[in-house]
Design a binder for this molecule. Structure first.
Ligand code: ADP
Ligand code: ADP
Ligand code: ZN
Length: 213
């Protein structure tokens, strides 16, 4: 299955992506995670992206498309993948088509702006492996403030601070949300209303995708 997880920042794409990835045994491909890895490694691309991401704006299409193309060509993407955070603009979606990649489904997670602000303020991320938690809704199960997967100390992402979150939401409504109509027009769009509990959202996601529990 070639799936796009769509929704505003903080809608739960990463969280649901991890669960779908485990259930279907296909990788999650997150452009945000790849960009953060490039920043950590200090590559030229990372340096270019860092100051843009700090403001909540989008990294230029050609930069993101460049890293995505290489990733999708990898062996583990052969049987399908879950795109988290890509495409974010109409030109990015058109690039997927130009590459001959046929998407099976675009699953949109519907979450209102007020809820997003609350979720982002409590989001904690693993700087080492990228796993995502929430201080109230999805705390680590083993040790407070340490990643269940790799043990690293969890952090708040710089762009999850309230001022930046507001800008990211504006950018989402202006540049990314029009993709909903784009994919609806292609008959690929399915919507799930995000629920207050992660498990409840997962149930609706599995139902929408026809995945057995
Ligand atoms: P979230 O998970 O909160 O939606 P991401 O990790 O997907 O955030 O993205 C973090 C930042 O990385 C974005 O605000 C943007 O600056 C950059 N970014 C990620 N994916 C893309 C993309 N497809 N196009 C442009 N910029 C992107
Ligand atoms: P995205 O990848 O779309 O930016 P995340 O999956 O990182 O979103 O989720 C954003 C924050 O909200 C995280 O802290 C996550 O633990 C939390 N979260 C995710 N899904 C839910 C849910 N259904 N209810 C409450 N909090 C959630
Ligand atoms: Zn980790």
């Amino acid at each position: 299955m070639k799936l796009i997880l769509f929704g505003p920042p903080g809608a739960g794409k990463g969280t649901q992506g991890e669960l779908i990835s485990a259930a279907l045994n296909i990788p999650t491909v997150s452009t945000g995670a790849m960009l953060r890895a490039a920043i950590k490694e200090g590559t030229e691309l990372g340096k270019q992206a860092e100051s843009i991401m700090a403001t909540g704006a989008l990294v230029p299409d050609e930069v993101v498309v460049g890293i995505l193309k290489d990733r999708l060509a990898a062996e583990d993407c052969k049987n399908g993948f879950i795109l988290d955070g890509f495409p974010r603009t109409i030109p990015q979606a058109e690039t997927l088509e130009a590459l001959g990649i046929q998407i099976d489904c675009v699953l949109s997670l519907e979450v209102p702006d007020e809820t997003i602000i609350e979720r982002m303020s409590g989001r904690r991320s693993c700087p080492q492996c990228g796993a995502t938690y929430h201080v109230v809704y999805n705390p680590p199960k083993k040790l407070t403030s340490q990643c269940d997967v790799c043990g690293a100390v969890l952090k708040q992402r710089d762009d999850d601070k309230p001022e930046v979150v507001k800008n990211r939401l504006n950018v989402y409504h202006k540049e990314t949300e029009p993709l909903k109509a784009y994919y609806e027009g292609k008959g690929l769009l399915k919507s799930v209303v995000g629920q207050p509990q992660v498990e409840e959202t997962s149930r609706l996601v599995r139902e929408a995708l026809g995945i057995e529990a």
